[in-house]
Design a protein around this ligand. Structure first.
Ligand SMILES: [Zn+2]
Length: 143
């Protein structure tokens, strides 16, 4: 997962090289497909608030400096996000792997990785092979 922002960067780089009407090469097509799989993975963690539904969101809120911050310690289902997220919440952020393409500092990144691992039931030691398997396995798709 640490490689995700690199993949996003590489995809953008290849996109910019393609130009108008250009053909996508094999690597480019494969990368695009792999990145799309990160947008349709199904969270496996049940909501810690109701215990009934799978989680959908974590919260983006304002911290004391009025800057944006992410609540990496909590995940919510759709209903509990509406009813139980902190009042300073701006919006819910879905569990999409494109999140790792955002500008995050190393602290935010490590917290986000921890949360995503928990939410998607990924192993603590996530090898490249295990990550790939997770992204390609159709059983992990949002139904
Ligand atoms: Zn809930």
């Amino acid at each position: 997962m640490r490689d995700y922002s690199f993949l996003v960067w590489l995809k953008r780089f290849l996109d910019s090289k393609k130009g108008k009407g250009g053909q996508k090469n094999e690597l480019h097509r494969h990368l695009g497909w792999l990145l799309e799989q990160g947008e349709n993975r199904q969270p496996k963690m049940f909501c810690p608030y109701c215990g009934e539904r799978l989680v959908s969101f974590f919260a983006l809120y304002r911290d004391y400096r009025e800057e944006h911050a992410f609540d990496f310690n909590h995940a919510y289902c759709r209903d509990c996000f509406r009813d139980k997220c902190p009042p300073s919440t701006i919006r819910g952020e879905a569990f999409l792997f494109s999140f790792f393409g955002k500008k995050l500092n190393s602290w935010e990144r490590s917290l986000a990785i921890k949360l995503f691992k928990e939410v998607f039931g990924l192993p603590e030691r996530l090898t490249r092979g295990k990550a790939f398997e997770f992204f390609v396995n159709p059983d992990n798709r949002v139904p």
